[in-house]
Design a protein around this ligand. Structure first.
Ligand SMILES: [Zn+2]
Length: 619
């Protein structure tokens, strides 16, 4: 596969074994030809060829010190299908095809980097060309490994097995060479085999040139393609290949593989250390083995001649990962709303060299596990008992909606930390924001709470009265004091309410006057048979006579209508009051602690009225 040069290529050599050159370390990650010219297959773990079990029997001894050092990914490259981890389905299919002699002319191996695509291609080459120890065998799923073709292929010197990396040979000329050579029979083997790695890198012309041969390949030719990006292949090529999708290797399988390697290498390793490496490898055996290599080198340096022991702590340090325990502490502080503890944890981790982005990722991973656990899927995932316990505990305590909000807030924070000029500051702010918003009720609960606020009269009423000032009382009709003062002057009886009067006027069919009364008239004094008023700015007509007439018709009484002086401020009109009420209402909502928290958490959020002001008031 077209592996990028190994990031761990600068590995420190250990003292006892021969030092690996930088070139060799790098080559381990590269699609080098088979085997190793320096030390041929001797060091390869030997498994009985017929065994399909994933774990390999191998001497439980450290390699002899005379052997040159070989990176693990290369040393443990599978030599039989049995050693290929996690691809049982594919091996089964292939075994069936070989047994029934129904082999396609072209195979396509797909899958993420490091799952064993090239290894599989080489194994297939062996399987097809093996002649068995006695030289009479046919194609087999269990290549013997001892016959001349097997050994030559393993050592990368078989003349009829041609490997090409399409990443560096994309042109039509490269393909043409192949096509020319295809015509000639295999020199010494049963099949002439072309392994083309990263085949999606071929140019369109190169594909077209290849297509003709793919359509009618000579019987002695097999093509083995490998690719990480199968969608980039032309469908004309896809349709001519038998396709094998190699699976991402699961973490438990990787752990098993790593412990086997550790046993063989005479290295002790914490189970948690291997679990961390498996998780960092993301399904790639080779990436995982490279990390393990590095971890063993670190442990060697630390051991000072004692037995090598790979600890979880070393691996975390090496990978710049936050300690799981610390991650749980951080989440606990966050959920408990303990901001100072939260900042302490973040600062300590930063001082230890943990990247802020790793902290965010760690939190997201925890939340993800909690979500899985809530669905009964995640129990077995935690590497340690403490972690499993903590996750189960959170899964029981947190609501599903809360977990999802946590995830969203963390995801947003993660993006901010990634792009921020000062990631540590961004991480602190993001985590604090998550903390403040973490215990917010979900939207459903929020709506119920708003309804509650709106329904509580003391809350709904207060600020409105406060806004209208001392005149508010007049809006309810007239203040007792005022009605007393006026009572002596004309009619006795209860003081009329302005709203009632408007209703009466409208009921008498004088809708226009009613409209004017509610929209434009600011009442200064109101008593039975007496009205002193101001007009709201903007209304120019003299409403006096019309008003007198309308009130007479509506109440059957003569009214004394008087326009107040410019210095007298009336009670705001009904329309003005409604507007003020709606604003006050929105203020209550805005100032309620919950909504404030929501606004802080989502700075871009806006408060929308649902169904207009009346709905908010009377919900
Ligand atoms: Zn063989």
């Amino acid at each position: 596969m077209s592996d990028s040069p190994d990031i761990f290529g600068s590995q420190e050599p250990d003292g006892e074994q021969a030092k690996p050159s930088a070139a060799e370390l790098e080559a381990a990650g590269q699609s080098a030809l088979f085997g190793d010219p320096i030390a041929p297959t001797v060091a390869a773990p030997e498994a009985p060829p017929s065994e399909l079990a994933p774990v390999v029997k191998a001497p439980v001894k450290a390699p002899a010190t005379t052997q040159p050092y070989r990176v693990l990914a290369r040393k443990y490259r599978p030599q039989t299908f049995g050693e290929l981890i996690g691809q049982d389905a594919m091996v089964q299919t292939l075994a069936n095809a070989i047994r029934r002699d129904r082999l396609a002319h072209a195979f396509l191996m797909t899958g993420v980097r490091g799952v064993g695509k090239t290894s599989t291609a080489r194994l297939i080459a062996k399987a097809l060309n093996c002649i068995g120890p006695d030289g009479t065998g046919g194609p087999t799923i269990d290549p013997c490994g001892v016959c001349e073709p097997c050994r030559a292929i393993a050592e990368g010197r078989h003349i009829d097995v041609i490997e090409m990396d399409a990443a560096s040979h994309t042109g039509v000329d490269d393909v043409r060479e192949i096509i020319e050579a295809v015509r000639y029979a295999a020199v010494s083997a049963r099949y002439k085999i072309y392994i083309i790695d990263e085949v999606h890198m071929l140019s369109r012309n190169a594909f077209n040139a290849l297509l003709k041969t793919l359509e009618e390949p000579p019987a002695h030719v097999k093509f083995l393609f490998a690719t990480t990006e199968v969608d980039k292949l032309p469908v004309t090529v896809l349709s001519r290949c038998q396709r094998f999708d190699l699976r991402r290797i699961t973490a438990p399988m990787l752990v098993e593989n790593f412990s086997m390697i550790c046993r063989n290498e005479g290295v002790e390793a914490d189970p948690e250390a291997l679990a961390i490496i498996a998780s960092a490898a993301e399904g790639s055996a080779r990436d995982g083995q490279s990390i393990l290599d590095q971890a063993i080198a670190h442990a060697d340096m630390a051991s000072e001649g004692e037995g090598t022991h790979v600890t979880a702590e070393q691996v975390r340090d090496m990978l710049g990962l936050a300690d799981k325990g610390v991650q749980r502490k951080l989440l606990a502080a966050l959920l408990a709303g303990n901001g100072s503890e939260l900042l302490d944890v973040v600062d300590r981790q930063y001082a230890l060299g943990v990247e802020p982005i790793a902290l965010m990722r760690g939190q997201m991973e925890l939340v993800h596990r909690i979500a899985l656990c809530q669905l009964g899927k995640g129990e077995a995932q935690g590497p340690s008992a403490e972690e499993r316990e903590a996750i189960a505990d959170w899964a029981a305590k947190l609501g599903a909606a809360q977990v999802h909000r946590l995830w969203q807030l963390l995801l947003k924070g993660h993006d901010e930390v990634r792009t921020a000029p000062e990631p540590i500051v961004a991480a602190q702010m993001a985590l604090l924001r998550v903390m403040h918003a973490a215990d917010m009720p979900d939207p459903g609960a929020l709506v119920r709470k708003l309804d509650e606020i709106a329904a509580r009269p003391e809350l709904a009423g207060q600020p409105i009265a406060g806004q209208s000032g001392p005149d508010a009382a007049a809006s309810q009709g007239a203040s007792p004091a005022r009605s007393d003062a006026i009572a002596g002057h004309a009619h006795a009886g209860p003081p009329p309410s302005w709203e009632t009067l408007i209703a009466q006027v409208e009921a008498a069919g004088q809708l226009r006057v009613g409209q004017v009364m509610s929209d434009w008239i600011r009442v200064i004094d109101l008593a039975p048979g007496h009205l002193r008023y101001q007009l709201a700015p903007g209304y120019k007509e003299d409403v006096g006579p019309e008003l007198r007439d309308a009130l007479y018709r509506a109440t059957g009484e003569r009214w004394q209508i008087e326009r107040g002086g410019a210095d007298q401020d009336g009670t705001p009109t009904i329309a003005e009051r409604r507007k003020a009420e709606a604003e006050a209402e929105a203020d209550i909502v805005r100032n309620s602690p919950m909504v404030k928290a929501a606004m802080d958490a989502f700075p871009d959020a806006r408060l929308l009225e649902h169904g207009g002001e009346k709905d908010i008031r009377r919900a």
